[in-house]
Design a protein around this ligand. Structure first.
Ligand SMILES: C[S@@+](CC[C@H](N)C(=O)[O-])C[C@H]1O[C@@H](n2cnc3c(N)ncnc32)[C@H](O)[C@@H]1O
Length: 312
């Protein structure tokens, strides 16, 4: 497979061809890209659903929205861009009087623009304020969290969202050395907790992931987004979710599994009392992963997994 997306784009869309293959955009369709980013996937959906397909693009990050708006302006009023969380997509669809949508994409995690913009604090390799919020106008920063939480709460946050085996030592060092305000200060402490030993990846990778998940409330937001996706989809409409770590993938997998069953009573129960009805058919029995060619072209895609389901 060849890649039409060049390395000069602000963010290279991951599993681009695969997501379009599964979403099957068509001209009469209405679509949501719940994580617009630089608009790469959205551009693909709008192109594939020409001449009339409509797309609602959501992102919580102002910087991403500005880039995507410019890029997608060629599609005129076929593309609507809003600053909103995908967890609140139902309000957005209602305000557009769309009824339901034919396809929905969530490409979770961080964009290359966010990672590469030093001031956002997503990279611990460059000195910056310890922020890590997708929406810089809302909620507590990672610095607020590590300066205000107790040692136990910090250790639990790191452990729950990254399973870092040194979570306790890291939390102890944080509390002993606070206030901490920059990325490199924190990365230095984490390296100390690891006694200066580096593996293949920098030891700060896991803690930064954990703090990002915590400040953006990512797992709860994903659960809400999934529930709302189900309400938003028309029968026959498809949902594609691209995840980048096992905690997210597990949530998506379990949600698809539950919603594709007619009964979700405990297996030991002799007869069904839950009355649950299947509302999804899982299309990808196994998660779709990037090809070796894509990983070579875009190493940031290496941990991506896509799962797709269809509303029944
Ligand atoms: C991996 S990027 C998406 C890239 C995009 N698919 C593209 O082709 O350019 C993920 C985006 O999701 C956004 N995001 C994270 N949480 C969000 C949420 N709850 N609601 C909407 N957007 C969110 C981030 O700000 C980021 O811009």
């Amino acid at each position: 497979m060849t890649f039409s997306k060049s390395k000069t784009l602000p963010h290279q869309p991951v599993l681009y061809h695969e997501s379009l293959k599964y979403l099957q955009p068509r001209s009469e369709g209405k679509y949501i890209d719940g994580t617009l980013g630089a608009g790469g996937h959205a551009e693909g959906i709008l192109t594939a659903s020409s001449p009339e397909g409509m797309l609602l693009g959501l992102d919580v990050d102002n910087q991403a929205l500005n880039i995507a708006k410019k890029r997608l302006s060629i599609f005129g009023n076929r593309c609507i861009v809003r600053q909103a969380s995908f967890a609140k997509m139902i309000d957005q669809i209602k305000s557009l009087e769309w009824g339901c949508v034919d396809g929905l994409l969530l490409d979770l995690g961080l964009s290359s623009m966010q990672l590469d913009t030093t001031e956002r604090g997503f990279s611990f390799l460059k000195e910056a304020p310890l922020d890590l919020r997708f929406n810089q106008n809302e909620g507590m920063t990672a610095a607020d969290l590590i300066n205000m939480f107790s040692e136990k709460e910090i250790a639990n946050t790191i452990w729950n969202y990254s399973e870092d085996p040194r979570s306790r030592q890291i939390a102890k060092l944080i509390v002993e050395n606070r206030p901490i305000s920059t990325t490199t200060e924190l990365a230095g402490l984490i390296l100390r907790a690891y006694l200066g030993k580096r593996g293949k990846t920098h030891p700060a990778t896991r803690t930064f992931q954990a703090l990002r998940i915590a400040v953006n409330n990512e797992l709860e937001v994903l659960e809400k987004g999934l529930e709302n996706s189900l309400k938003a989809l028309c029968v026959g409409g498809r949902i594609a979710i691209i995840t980048f770590h096992s905690l997210e993938d597990r949530i998506v997998k379990q949600f698809f599994r539950r919603e594709s069953k007619n009964c979700i009573c405990p297996p030991e129960q002799p007869f069904c009392t839950c009355g649950h009805q299947a509302s999804l058919k899982v299309i990808t029995k196994k998660a779709v992963k990037p090809s070796n060619e894509e990983i070579a072209n875009n190493p940031r895609s290496r941990s991506a997994k896509m799962r797709v389901a269809e509303k029944i």
